[in-house]
Design a protein around this ligand. Structure first.
Ligand code: PFF
Length: 518
C-alpha cells in the first residue's frame, strides 16, 4: 500500500504557494527593466495580450494536468504521450533545475549584498577596494565595487550554499513546510512592496516615473522584439514550463476549481509585477537613475544606486530591498525543487528526505559552478566574470528556448493526445468559470503557433543576428567576459547534452507509472 499523496491543508495554501512560485526576481526587477527597454507603457499591451493568449491558458493546462493525472509533470505527460511524453517532462525538470542553479546563486549574492547594505559598504563615502580585480578604494561606484568584492571573495560560496540550506529546510516536509513558509512569506512580499510604492511615490519627482510608465510609445508596437520579449517573459514570470504548477496542483483534491485557480494566480502575479513597476520607476526617476534591461544590474547596481540617494534611510531601505528579493526568490526556488523532488519520488518511490538531499546536492554543485570561477581567479583575463558569462549563456538557452519548447510540447501532447476536449470537460466539471470551445482552439492551434514564432525568432536572432542587440538574456550581465568565444559553443552543447541526455536517461529507466502516494 502506498502512502496517501500529500495534500495542501487549504485552497488558500495552494494559491499562496503557486503565486509565491510565480512572484520572484522576474517580477521585481526584470519586468521594469523590460518595460523601460520596450517603450515603457507600450509594453503593457503586448504583455497583457501574452498573459491572456498564452499565460492563463497554459497555466490551466498545467493545473488541469495535475488534477487529471494526480501525479507530477513527467509521469503526467508520460501517461498521455508514453515514453516520448515522459521524456518531455524530464527535459522540463532538468532544464528548470539548471535555471534554479543560477537563480539560487543570484539569491546567494542578494544575501551578500544584504550584508553589505547593513554593514554600510553600499552607502559609504568611498567604495571598497576589490583586490582580485586590482580596483583601488573609491574607484568604482559603491554598489558595483561591493558586488565585485563579494563575488571574488570566498564568502560568495558560503552565501550560495546558505541559500541552498534554507531551501532544503523549506521543502524538507513537502507541502507541510512549504505551506507554512508561503503563508508568512507571500503576505510579507506584498507588504514590503506596498511600502516601496509609498516611499517611491513620496519622493519629489517620483510620480513622473509612473507617468512615464503609463505614457505609451506606440511606435514600438510594430517592433517584433517587443512581442517576442512579452511572450518569453510570460512563461518565466508565471513559472510555466518548469513542471511546477502540475506538481503543486496534484496535491489538491480532485474536485478543485482549477480554472478559477489559474485566473487568480495569474492575476496575482501580474498585478504584483505592475505595482512593482510603480515602485521601481518612481524611485529611479526621483533620482534620475536610468533602468537597465538586465536583472543582475537592476538588482545589484541600479536599485542600490537609487536607494543610496535616500540618505539616512538608505541603510534600512537597502536591507529591506534585499530581504524582499530573498523572500520572493525563495518562494520561487522552493517550488522548483519540490517539482523535481516530487517527479523523482513519483517515479522511483524514493524516500522524501533522501530525494531532497540528492536533488539539492546536484543543485549545489551547479550553483557553485556559477559562483566559483570568480572566487578562484577574480582577475581572470583582467575581467573576472567567467561565472557571470556562463550564467548568461545558460540562461539564454534554458530560459529563451527551454521553457518555450516545454510549453509548445505540452500544448501539443495535451491538446492532441489527451485530448484537450477531455481536459476541458474535467476542468469544467468543478469550476465556476466554464471554458468554451475557444479553449480547445487556443491549446491546439493558437498557443503552439505563437510559441513556434517565438522559437523561430530566437533562432533567427542567434543564427543570423537578426535584431541581436535588442534581445539580451534575462540576466544579461553587463560585465560579460570577452575573448572566450569557445563558451558560445560549449554552453549550448552542455545545455543540450544535460537536458536531452539526463532527460532521456530518466525517462528510459524503469520505474513506477504514476504514483498516487508519495
Ligand atoms: N516565476 C519566477 C520569477 O518570476 O522569478 C521564476 C522562477 C525561477 C520560478 C526559478 C522557479 C524557479 F526555480
Amino acid at each position: 500500500m502506498s502512502k496517501a499523496r500529500q495534500q495542501w491543508k487549504s485552497r488558500a495554501g495552494f494559491i499562496l504557494a503557486a503565486s509565491g512560485s510565480a512572484i520572484g526576481l522576474g517580477n521585481i526587477v526584470f519586468f521594469s527593466a523590460n518595460a523601460y527597454k520596450f517603450g515603457a507603457g507600450a509594453f503593457y499591451l503586448p504583455y497583457l495580450i501574452a498573459l491572456l493568449a498564452v499565460g492563463v491558458p497554459v497555466m490551466m493546462v498545467e493545473f488541469g494536468l495535475g488534477r487529471e493525472k494526480g501525479t507530477s509533470f513527467p509521469l503526467a505527460l508520460g501517461r498521455i504521450g508514453g515514453r516520448a511524453g515522459e521524456f518531455a517532462g524530464w527535459f522540463a525538470v532538468v532544464n528548470a533545475l539548471m535555471i534554479t542553479m543560477y537563480y539560487i546563486a543570484i539569491l546567494g549574492w542578494a544575501v551578500g549584498m544584504w550584508w553589505s547594505a547593513l554593514a554600510g559598504d553600499l552607502w559609504a563615502e568611498t567604495s571598497v577596494a576589490v583586490p582580485a580585480f586590482d580596483v583601488p578604494e573609491g574607484a568604482l561606484p559603491n554598489a558595483i565595487a561591493s558586488f565585485f568584492d563579494l563575488i571574488s571573495s570566498p564568502r560568495n560560496i558560503i552565501f550560495v550554499v546558505f541559500v541552498w540550506l534554507l531551501n532544503i529546510g523549506l521543502v524538507s516536509r513537502g507541502t507541510k513546510t512549504i505551506e507554512g513558509a508561503v503563508k508568512v512569506m507571500v503576505p510579507m512580499i506584498w507588504l514590503i512592496m506596498v511600502g516601496f510604492i509609498i516611499q517611491g511615490l513620496s519622493q519629489p519627482g517620483g510620480v513622473h516615473g509612473v507617468f512615464l510608465l503609463f505614457t505609451p510609445d506606440f511606435s514600438v508596437m510594430g517592433d517584433i522584439n517587443v512581442w517576442h520579449g512579452a511572450f518569453a517573459q510570460i512563461f518565466f514570470t508565471l513559472s510555466l514550463g518548469f513542471g511546477i504548477m502540475t506538481a503543486y496542483a496534484s496535491y489538491l483534491p480532485k474536485k478543485s476549481d482549477h480554472t478559477t485557480n489559474a485566473v487568480v494566480v495569474s492575476m496575482m502575479n501580474c498585478s504584483f509585477e505592475m505595482i512593482a513597476g510603480f515602485a521601481v520607476f518612481s524611485l529611479l526617476f526621483a533620482f534620475t537613475v536610468t533602468p537597465k534591461a538586465s536583472t543582475l544590474s537592476m538588482m545589484f547596481f541600479i536599485m542600490p544606486a537609487a536607494i543610496a540617494e535616500l540618505g539616512a534611510a538608505a541603510k534600512l531601505t537597502g536591507a529591506v530591498f534585499f530581504t524582499l528579493l530573498l523572500l520572493a526568490g525563495l518562494s520561487s526556488s522552493i517550488s522548483l525543487i519540490e517539482a523535481a523532488v516530487s517527479a523523482v519520488i513519483d517515479k522511483f518511490k524514493t524516500r522524501r528526505v533522501t530525494t531532497v538531499l540528492a536533488v539539492s546536492l546536484v543543485g549545489i554543485a551547479g550553483s557553485v559552478m556559477f559562483a566559483l570561477p570568480m572566487v578562484i581567479d577574480g582577475g581572470l583575463d583582467s575581467n573576472g566574470t567567467l561565472g557571470l558569462t556562463i550564467l548568461d549563456l545558460i540562461d539564454h538557452y534554458a530560459f529563451g528556448y527551454g521553457l518555450i519548447i516545454v510549453g509548445l510540447v505540452e500544448c501539443l501532447i495535451v491538446g492532441w493526445g489527451l485530448p484537450v476536449e477531455k481536459l476541458r470537460a474535467t476542468l469544467n466539471s468543478s469550476s465556476s468559470i466554464q471554458l468554451g470551445r475557444w479553449f480547445d482552439i487556443m491549446i491546439k492551434f493558437v498557443v503552439p503557433a505563437i510559441l513556434i514564432f517565438v522559437l523561430g525568432y530566437s533562432l533567427l536572432t542567434d543564427v543570423f543576428d537578426v535584431g541581436k542587440e535588442a534581445t539580451p538574456g534575462l540576466y544579461g550581465a553587463d560585465y560579460v567576459m570577452k575573448g572566450f568565444d569557445a563558451l558560445d559553443v560549449i554552453a549550448p552543447v552542455v545545455w543540450l547534452v544535460m537536458t536531452l541526455g539526463i532527460g532521456a536517461a530518466l525517462a528510459l529507466t524503469p520505474g513506477h507509472k504514476g504514483a498516487d502516494g508519495e
